[in-house]
Design a protein around this ligand. Structure first.
Ligand code: K2U
Ligand code: ZN
Length: 156
């Protein structure tokens, strides 16, 4: 798939509330495939639709061990559509994050250690999961993107 240009912080698309996905069609699948390719090319472990100039409530999350999170699990990319965070742990964890829309910078961000989430897959089927540690961090980071929130607003 073609690589999509990544929006940089300051662009309006990154400040908006994403729009709920209603049509689970071939166009959605194509967008998800292009997002996955763009994430992989950028060596990311997540990417949200607004970052590729699409206003939809959709992101991809993956996980792999990396220098900051050497014990992160290997997780194949998961397509997350119309996500909701149902419960968050009171435990918070500080960790280093990057953002494809804020290239070359790293921030220490506090996140909930564990979260309970619901979302739809590409077929529109609802999934529910409990996420923890690095994967919970990525989900919260990407979920922020769908609310028009980037690291800059969280790293005061
Ligand atoms: O901008 C994005 O959404 C991609 C983020 C995903 C991420 C969020 C929080 C914590 C880690 C990653 C990154 O830029 S992907 C690059 C990366 C990969 C592994 C570890 C840190 C940063
Ligand atoms: Zn980001």
């Amino acid at each position: 798939s073609a690589l999509l240009p990544i929006a940089l912080v300051g662009e309006d698309i990154l400040k908006q509330q994403a729009i709920a996905v209603q049509h689970f069609d071939a166009a959605l699948t194509e967008l998800a495939q292009q997002m996955s390719a763009s994430m992989a090319a950028a060596q990311g472990v997540g990417i949200a639709a607004p970052q590729v100039h699409s206003p939809l409530a959709l992101f991809i999350m993956a996980s792999r061990p990396n220098e900051r999170y050497p014990d992160a699990p290997n997780m194949a990319p998961v397509v997350v559509v119309n996500p909701h965070i149902i419960h968050v742990s009171s435990d918070l964890v500080s960790g280093e994050e990057g953002c494809l829309s804020v290239p070359g910078q790293r921030f220490i961000i506090q996140r909930h250690k564990t979260i309970e989430v619901r979302y739809q897959n590409l077929q529109g089927e609802w999934q529910q999961a409990e996420l923890t540690d690095f994967i919970a961090r990525i989900f919260q980071h990407e979920f922020d993107h769908l609310q028009g929130i980037t690291l800059l607003e969280r790293s005061r």
